[in-house]
Design a protein around this ligand. Structure first.
Ligand code: GLY
Length: 371
């Protein structure tokens, strides 16, 4: 098997992200060294279970590991208090012990929910992330952010709880819909845009082939993304500074997601891609980066067949002031002031609170009037 390992050296909480094809089939061998008894507790969702649960169970069985399985409904709505209660109560009923391992088998929703359940069960049990979406493989499964949504906003309740191991099986990406794959790609492009101009150039060259299914290119894109995330998380595990860079595009994205009701109208990664283009537009208007940079960002998203402008979102949206009001719920608000991730160029992002509201409104008004 060709593969790669990215180390996340966080002292007592250090772990590996293993990336490759066929990891599900070998899950038993990969997870066995973590176990005190041959039993794991797998939490998944019905779409992933239908496609991949048998392969995972067979991989665990091959090493004599029994799997208790809880299957939840798919979708963002699962990341709530009732499902958190369900997972924790199920684990207690199944007598999951302090030294046992919980497996989060799914995309970002399952990873966040199950990671949070593991963080609070018996004051913290270990968990393994088995991410099945591109978005989860390159972003949410790494770095220990876990949590659920509140009716007042996304991810407002949670904890930092690092996984004990991440197994990113590139093979499972083959069953994603093209739309879901491209949405995850929004986060991949984000890494190049925020901190690695060479990687962005590599994506401009290889992105379309990677989207068509080239596994070697997919492996390399996931490896480089995870390596960059690991480097940032090691510098700033609990987001006191640099980690906020990973939120490039997210302030705009969160407002657009709220405005579209967290629905199929706009997937998270699509919002990130549009948000990145808007962040570069804002940076160019503030004279921080060249006028060509936002056009280059949009050109690459267009090459990838992705949404890249607010105009690409179907249906009604609030006006610029409405979107600004939605931004005020962002977790990056500090002392009542909105913080943005802006860029001095491709691969050179920074965090700032020094953004005139009028400039943001101007970018939004122009983007909305292009609809
Ligand atoms: N998804 C952003 C972070 O993990 O910090």
């Amino acid at each position: 098997m060709s593969g790669a390992i990215v180390h996340v050296p966080l002292g007592a909480r250090a772990y590996e992200v293993r990336i490759g094809s066929g990891l599900l089939d070998r899950a038993g061998a990969e997870i066995a060294p973590l176990l005190h008894r041959p039993r794991v507790f797998v939490v998944t969702e019905s779409r992933v279970a239908g496609l991949h649960l048998e392969a995972l169970k067979a991989g665990l069985r091959a090493r004599g590991i029994a799997a208790e399985v809880l299957t939840l409904p798919p979708g963002e709505a699962t990341k709530n208090w009732p499902h958190l209660t369900q997972v924790v109560e199920w684990l207690l009923k199944k007598q999951a012990e302090r030294r046992d391992v919980v497996v989060a088998f799914g995309g970002g929703v399952i990873g966040d929910l199950v990671g949070f359940a593991a963080a609070i069960l018996r004051r913290g049990v270990r968990f393994v992330q088995l991410p099945t979406s591109l978005l989860a493989q390159v972003d949410s499964s790494v770095g220990g952010k876990t949590g659920i949504n509140s009716p007042l906003g996304k991810n407002l309740i949670g904890a930092f709880h690092q996984p004990a191991l991440v197994l990113a099986d590139i093979g499972v990406l083959g069953t994603l819909s093209p739309r879901d794959f491209r949405a995850g790609y929004g986060e991949v492009a984000k890494y190049g845009l925020l901190g690695d101009a060479d990687f962005f150039e590599w994506l401009e060259e290889n992105g379309p082939a990677l989207a068509k299914g080239d596994e070697a290119l997919r492996l390399e894109a996931v490896r480089r993304s995870v390596q960059m995330k690991a480097d940032i998380v090691v510098r700033d595990e609990t987001e006191q500074g640099d980690r906020a860079l990973l939120n490039l595009g997210h302030t705009f994205c969160h407002a657009l997601e709220a405005a579209t009701g967290y629905s199929d109208r706009l997937l998270h990664g699509e919002g990130v891609a549009i948000g990145c283009a808007l962040a570069f537009e804002l940076s160019a208007r503030l004279g921080l980066c060249s006028q060509e940079d936002p056009s280059r960002v949009r050109a690459h998203l267009a090459d990838m067949g992705m949404k890249r402008d607010i105009a690409d979102i179907e249906g009604d949206l609030p006006d610029a002031d409405g979107l600004l009001a939605l931004m005020a719920q962002d977790k990056k608000v500090l002392d009542g002031q909105l913080r943005f991730i802006l860029a001095r160029g491709i691969g050179d992002a920074f965090v700032t609170a020094d953004v005139p509201r009028e400039a943001v409104r101007g970018v939004l008004e122009d983007a909305l009037s292009a609809r």
